[in-house]
Write a protein that binds this ligand. Structure first.
Ligand SMILES: Cc1cc2nc3c(=O)[nH]c(=O)nc-3n(C[C@H](O)[C@H](O)[C@H](O)COP(=O)(O)OP(=O)(O)OC[C@H]3O[C@@H](n4cnc5c(N)ncnc54)[C@H](O)[C@@H]3O)c2cc1C
Length: 502
C-alpha cells in the first residue's frame, strides 16, 4: 500500500532554498556541495541506490580525477583528502603478466611536470568522499535520500505561473512529493529529467533529444571480476599482487571469440578487493558463461598462469555468471541544458517561476576511452557555479548563461571521445596499429614543430587549462595541415611521375 506525504512546499521567494537534485552520483553530490558552498539551503538529493558506497559490479570502474575534476575538489577544499585515498598517476606502475607467467613492470605514463598530478580511485570511494563531506559539513543544507527513485516530473499551472511537482518512490513504497524552485537532473544516461523535458519541449528544436555519433569502442561489453586482495601472481604462491600496482594480465586464447585479458587499476587500500576489467566484443564466449563452474573452467584455461580457484571465490564466480555486465555507450549529447518555467507578471512581462538544469551523463555520455566521464561532469558543476556567480544566483539569467558557456564544450567533447583513443581494447588489431601510426606521427611532429602541429587529442585532453572546444580546434587544425601535406605530396609525385614518363 502506498502512503503519501508532501515534503517541501513552495515558499514566497525560495529560489535559493528549495532545490531537488535527481541522482546522487558524482555530478549530483558535487552539485549539492557547490550550491551549499554558495549559501543555498534546503537541497534534497534523490538517489535510487541504497547507500553512497553501494557495490555495483557493473559500475565498479576506477576514476582518474585529473586537473579538470580537481577544479571542483579545489573549490571544495577536498583535493588533499582525495590525494590521501588515491594513487597518484606519477606513481603509476604497470606489471604485464603473459600466459607463460613471465612478468615485466613498467612505469607509466611519461609524466609531464606541467600537468597537475591526477588521482586513481574506485568510483564508489569517490562518491563516498563527496557524501562524507556532506555528512561532515553540510548536513544543515543538504539531505540525501537513498533508496528513493524519482518516477514522475509534472509541470502544474498555478494561477499565473507554472510550478514543478516531482514524485518519488521510496523503498518501503511511500510516495514523496516535492515542489522545488530548481530541479537538477544528474540522473545519468537514462535521465528521467531530460526525458521529461523532451516531452515538454514543443518548439520542434529537439533540444533534449540525444544525438548519437559512432565510435569504434561503443557497443563493447564490460564486466568486472572481483579478485582477492593481495592475490597470488602465480601457482607457487610466492609473490602476491600489491594494491598500488596496475596489472595487465594477458589471456592464452588467440581466437577472437575467446580472447580475454584482465586489466587491474591501482588502489590505495591494500585490503580492498581488486576489480579486474574484462572488455570484449559482444560475441565473446565470456558472455555465455551461465554458472560458477563454467566461469572457473573458462578462466582456468584462459589464464593458465594464475591459480584461478584461489583468487576468485565461489560467491564471486557465481555473481560473475549472473551479472549482465555493461555496454560502452555510443557517444552522445543533447543541446538543451536548461528549461525555465514562466510566471506572468502584472505588466505582462514573463518571469521565471522555476528552473530545470541538466549536468553530467544526463547531457553527454561516451565510452571510457579518454577517462573524461567524471571529469567533464565535475567541470559542468564548476561552469554552473560560474554562471550563478555571474548572475547573482538569479535562475532566469544563470541557467541560460550556463547553457551558453557549457554547450560549445559539450559539443566538442563528443568528437574527441570518438577519435582520441578508441582502439585501446584490442577489438581490431590492424585498425589499432593504423591508429597508433597516426598517434605517434602527430606526437613526433608536435615535438619537432610545436608551433605548427599540436599533440594528439589524448595528450591535449590532460591539459586542463584548455577547454574541450579549444582542444578540438587545435586537433582539427593539425588534421587539415596533414591533409594538405598529403595532398600536395600526392600531386607533386604524380606530376613528377608524368614528367618522367614523358
Ligand atoms: C562501463 C563504463 C565504464 C566507465 N569508466 C569510466 C572511467 O574509467 N572514468 C570515467 O571518468 N568515467 C567512466 N565512465 C563514465 C562515468 O561513470 C560517468 O561519466 C560519470 O559517472 C557521470 O556521473 P553522473 O553523476 O553524471 O552519472 P552517474 O554516475 O550515472 O550517476 C547517476 C546517478 O543517478 C541515479 N539515478 C538515476 N536515475 C534516478 C532516478 N530516477 N531517481 C533517483 N536516482 C537516480 C543513479 O543511481 C546514479 O547513482 C564509465 C561508464 C561506463 C558505462
Amino acid at each position: 500500500m502506498l502512503t503519501e506525504k508532501s515534503l517541501l512546499t513552495q515558499e514566497t521567494n525560495p529560489s535559493h532554498q528549495n532545490v531537488l537534485i535527481v541522482g546522487g552520483g558524482p555530478a549530483g553530490l558535487a552539485t549539492a556541495l557547490m550550491l551549499a558552498k554558495r549559501g543555498w539551503t534546503n537541497i534534497t538529493v534523490l538517489e535510487g541506490r541504497p547507500t553512497a558506497d553501494y557495490y555495483e559490479p557493473d559500475k565498479s570502474f576506477n576514476y582518474l580525477i585529473d586537473g579538470r575534476g580537481q577544479k571542483f575538489t579545489d573549490f571544495l577544499g577536498l583535493t588533499h583528502e582525495l590525494s590521501q585515498i588515491s594513487v597518484p598517476n606519477t606513481e603509476f606502475y604497470l606489471t604485464r603478466i603473459k600466459p607463460n607467467g613471465s612478468r615485466k613492470t613498467l612505469k607509466l605514463p611519461i609524466v609531464d611536470p606541467s600537468r597537475k598530478t591526477a588521482y586513481w580511485l574506485p568510483r564508489r570511494e569517490f562518491i563516498l568522499l563527496l557524501y562524507q563531506e556532506i555528512q561532515r559539513n553540510w548536513q544543515n543544507s543538504i539531505t540525501v535520500l537513498f533508496n528513493t527513485k524519482c518516477v514522475q516530473i509534472i509541470s502544474i499551472p498555478d494561477r499565473d505561473s507554472q510550478k514543478l511537482e516531482i514524485v518519488a518512490h521510496t523503498e518501503n513504497d511511500s510516495i514523496l512529493r516535492f515542489e522545488p524552485c530548481l530541479l537538477i537532473g544528474c540522473d545519468g544516461l537514462q535521465s528521467i529529467v531530460r526525458n521529461t523535458l523532451k516531452e515538454w519541449d514543443k518548439s520542434g528544436s529537439n533540444r533534449f533529444e540525444m544525438k548519437y555519433f559512432p565510435s569504434p569502442s561503443s557497443g563493447l561489453r564490460y564486466k568486472v571480476l572481483r579478485l582477492q586482495p593481495k592475490f597470488p601472481l602465480d601457482h607457487s604462491g610466492q609473490e602476491h599482487a600489491v594494491s598500488n600496482m596496475a596489472y595487465a594480465i594477458r589471456g592464452a586464447f588467440r581466437n577472437r571469440k575467446r580472447s580475454v585479458s584482465l586489466g587491474l587499476l591501482p588502489l590505495k587500500n591494500p585490503d580492498a578487493f581488486r576489480t579486474a576489467n574484462i572488455i570484449t566484443r559482444p560475441d565473446n564466449e565470456v558472455w555465455e558463461l551461465k554458472n560458477s563452474e563454467a566461469v572457473y573452467n573458462f578462466f582456468e584455461k584462459a589464464f593458465p598462469q594464475l591459480p584461478i580457484r584461489q583468487i576468485v571465490s565461489p560467491e564471486e564466480a557465481d555473481q560473475f555468471a549472473k551479472s549482465e555486465g555493461g555496454y560502452f555507450p555510443t557517444p552522445q549529447y543533447c543541446s538543451g541544458l536548461h528549461w525555465l518555467l514562466k510566471h506572468k507578471q502584472a505588466g505582462d512581462s514573463d518571469q521565471c517561476s522555476a528552473g530545470v538544469v541538466l549536468l553530467g551523463d544526463a547531457i553527454h555520455s561516451f565510452p571510457p576511452d579518454i577517462g573524461q566521464g567524471v571529469n567533464s561532469a565535475l567541470e559542468d558543476v564548476c561552469i554552473l557555479n560560474e554562471a550563478l556567480s555571474k548572475s547573482d544566483d538569479d535562475l532566469s539569467q544563470a541557467l541560460p548563461l550556463y547553457e551558453s558557456l557549457r554547450f560549445p564544450d559539450v559539443k566538442a567533447l563528443i568528437p574527441l571521445a570518438q577519435f582520441a583513443y578508441p582502439w585501446q581494447y584490442n577489438q581490431a588489431p590492424l585498425r589499432g596499429r593504423l591508429w597508433n601510426v597516426n598517434f605517434f606521427l602527430r606526437l613526433l611532429l608536435s615535438r619537432i614543430l610545436p608551433n605548427i602541429f599540436s599533440p594528439p587529442a589524448f595528450f591535449l585532453i590532460q591539459k586542463h587549462q584548455l577547454s574541450y572546444n579549444q582542444i578540438l580546434t587545435m586537433v582539427q587544425r593539425t588534421s587539415q595541415i596533414l591533409y594538405i601535406i598529403l595532398l600536395s605530396s600526392i600531386t607533386i609525385c604524380s606530376f613528377l611521375t608524368i614528367r618522367m614518363m614523358n
